[in-house]
Design a protein around this ligand. Structure first.
Ligand SMILES: C[S@@+](CC[C@H](N)C(=O)[O-])C[C@H]1O[C@@H](n2cnc3c(N)ncnc32)[C@H](O)[C@@H]1O
Length: 248
């Protein structure tokens, strides 16, 4: 798949998921990396669904009054959890490139009465936000889907305030994928085929200017949970949560 095809496949895949409002056998949903408490989750509207592979907000240490950006906000789960943490004086912005997903998130925001949350249609490779306008960028299982990950980290760096922080959960590879997996559109939408090797991913964050890059959570799982094919069973992938700082 070339980069243009990849974006189309991802857009069509997540438009479908937004309409069906459910996950299936994707890596994100299989990773067991979500650690939010029932106390957090029970306050959300019932129509909010998770496609995430981790819990970035557990590590983001959000404070009242902060401005938070969620990349690939899906049905809005992280944005609504962040809304309570930053309070009325804070602001939460969710960006997603799929109009159907933005519509679901906006409906959920209305249902839950979240006044400090807004959802913007946009591509995380070209954020519709001004520079140095955000205190914390969070993301849950999204950057693996972007064909140009270097560009995503450069964009995060641009919009963060100096001393701003990045806390992201994502799927990474612990060994190279066989071509049989790499070429499959369903595995791309399912957060596997677009994933990078863990060390390359961390190096990309460092090369984009971030310091203090640290893995704060990691869950490893074999691809056999997603596939019946023997060659694919040998592949190991992980859900990681990473944090990093933009230097002053
Ligand atoms: C696996 S889902 C995760 C959704 C949400 N973060 C969660 O945890 O439930 C990936 C989301 O990222 C969005 N997405 C994928 N590529 C994107 C891009 N380049 N720019 C903006 N959103 C993107 C999809 O539309 C989808 O809503």
């Amino acid at each position: 798949m070339n980069k243009k095809d990849t974006k189309r496949v991802v857009k069509e895949g997540y438009a479908r998921i937004a309409k069906e409002q459910s996950c299936c056998s994707f890596a994100c949903c299989q990773s067991n990396g979500v650690e939010y408490s029932n106390d957090d989750l029970r306050l959300l509207p019932a129509s909010v669904f998770s496609l995430g592979c981790g819990s970035p907000l557990v590590y983001a240490s959000l404070r009242k009054g902060e401005t938070v950006l969620d990349l690939g906000s899906g049905s809005g789960l992280e944005c609504f959890l962040a809304s309570t943490r930053v309070g009325e004086s804070g602001r939460v912005i969710g960006v997603d490139m799929v109009p159907e997903m933005i519509k679901v998130a906006k409906t959920n925001a209305e249902k839950g009465g979240y006044k400090n949350v807004e959802f913007i249609l946009g591509d995380i490779e070209n954020l519709p936000l001004s520079e140095c306008s955000i205190d914390a960028v969070i993301s849950n299982c999204v950057i693996n889907l972007a064909p140009n990950k270097r560009r995503v980290f450069e964009e995060i760096y641009r919009v963060l305030n100096s001393s701003g922080r990045l806390v992201i959960s994502d799927i990474v590879l612990l060994s190279e994928l066989p071509p049989s997996v790499k070429e499959r559109e369903d595995f791309y939408i399912g957060c596997v085929s677009g994933a990078m090797l863990k060390d390359d991913y961390i190096n990309l964050i460092k090369q984009s200017g971030f310091k203090d890059v640290e893995t704060v959570a990691e869950t490893t799982f074999p691809l056999e949970q997603l596939s019946a094919n023997t060659a694919e069973k040998l592949v190991k992938i992980a859900s990681v949560t990473l944090q990093a700082l933009k230097p002053q």
